[in-house]
Design a binder for this molecule. Structure first.
Ligand code: GLC
Length: 363
């Protein structure tokens, strides 16, 4: 009887198992390679693979968003089927719109839970081309312990930052750390420098580079002051080498205890307070300084989405992976363990998320 029951069950299951294996897809995804991008990608894609019976391969991409875009455009031009799911920078949807699948038929309306502005940004010609994954804003990181040691406050203006950075740099170098820097940021020629520069311009009331009507407006006194000020940091409070720094180079110097201030994105918070960080517990975060007393605090809005390539041979499974990766559960874990800013408004009042990232509430 037991045997009969077993074989009946087996007979019933076998076709389903066969069906599942016939349909199992291998999805290749690129998630990013800055900070903890790769580790999180591995964890969450494996979870999805285990739930669905599909397989996932991780595709390694360069660090610089400028280089990633060049690579993807090359692959799209070749109609490459090598990538199913790609990470999409907030400024790209319009640029790569012809190569992405409309996700609205797979999303079941999940986009309604995400910030409307990001969903709008990802919707081109009425098509939802990418699901919001995390958002980003430029922040000023500082060493609380060093500000206390040098009897200084977190700076409200770039002018104050330069003075305090110099004081701490001189003091720390005199105390024997010749590598110590006042301020590190992103000044390599790539999208990251554009993000930093837009913050400087705005902070000095330098306006936009191009205004809403398409007029070029960057040639104005505020913008001149902003750029002259930033240029004056190189070789004084920042190393000459900052001209070759992206996010990770700046983080490396700061996290090793060799800088007083750093401009970076929220992801640096969790790593800076991690087990192997020399400055865990010593970091403060604030809005980026104003350009002088009449300036304003400005932060570039960055962020990443996930999208399905039109050349993918497994678009449905790829879309299912995108929906899992951008879900509230995954975004919550990434926020708590990686300080990636969620794109789902309700997570900003979640007490675990706020406990891990005290500055999220004000962001
Ligand atoms: C971050 C931002 C992204 C920006 C990039 C610049 O990854 O999220 O939007 O383009 O930095 O380096």
């Amino acid at each position: 009887m037991t045997f009969k029951l077993k074989s009946a069950v087996l007979a019933a299951i076998a076709p389903i198992a066969l069906m599942a294996s016939a349909q199992a897809a291998t999805i290749t995804i690129s998630c990013g390679s800055v900070g903890q991008d790769f580790e999180f990608c591995k964890k969450h894609t494996s979870e999805w693979a285990a739930k669905t019976g599909n397989e996932v391969k991780l595709f390694t991409i360069p660090n610089s968003t400028t280089d990633i875009l060049a690579l993807f455009r090359q692959m799209f031009a070749a109609k490459s089927t090598d990538l199913d799911v790609i990470n999409v920078d907030v400024v790209w949807p319009g640029v790569i719109k012809d190569h992405l699948v409309d996700l609205s038929k797979y999303s079941n309306g999940a986009e309604k839970n995400h910030f409307p502005a990001i969903v709008k940004n990802n919707t081109v010609d009425g098509k939802l081309l990418a699901m919001p994954w995390f958002t980003d804003a430029g922040l000023l990181y500082y060493r609380k312990d060093l500000l206390a040691k040098y009897n200084a406050k977190a700076p409200a203006t770039w002018e104050e930052l330069a003075v305090v950075a110099k004081k701490i740099q001189d003091g720390e170098r005199a105390a024997g750390n010749n590598d110590f820097q006042g301020f590190v940021f992103q000044a390599k020629a790539y999208e990251g420098l554009t993000c930093d520069a837009v913050e400087w311009l705005t902070s000095y009331n330098g306006g936009n580079i191009v205004d809403a009507d398409g007029k070029i407006t960057v040639n104005n006194p505020g913008a001149v002051k902003a750029l002259k000020t930033a240029a004056s940091w190189v070789g004084t409070i920042a190393p000459q080498g900052v001209l070759n720094y992206a996010e990770e180079e700046a983080r490396g110097v700061f996290q090793n205890g060799n800088a007083a201030f750093m401009r970076n994105w929220p992801y640096a918070w969790s790593l800076g307070n991690g087990k192997d960080s020399k400055i865990a517990g010593k970091i403060g975060v604030s809005a980026l300084p104003k350009g002088g007393a009449d300036g304003k605090n400005a932060a570039t809005l960055g962020g990443w989405q996930l999208a399905v390539s039109k050349y993918s041979k497994n678009q449905e499974a790829a879309a299912s992976l995108v929906m899992y990766m951008t879900s509230p559960e995954v975004q919550k874990e990434r926020a708590i363990k990686g300080s990636y800013n969620p794109t789902i408004a309700s997570l900003y009042t979640d007490k675990d998320v706020l406990a891990a990232n005290p500055f999220f509430g004000s962001l």
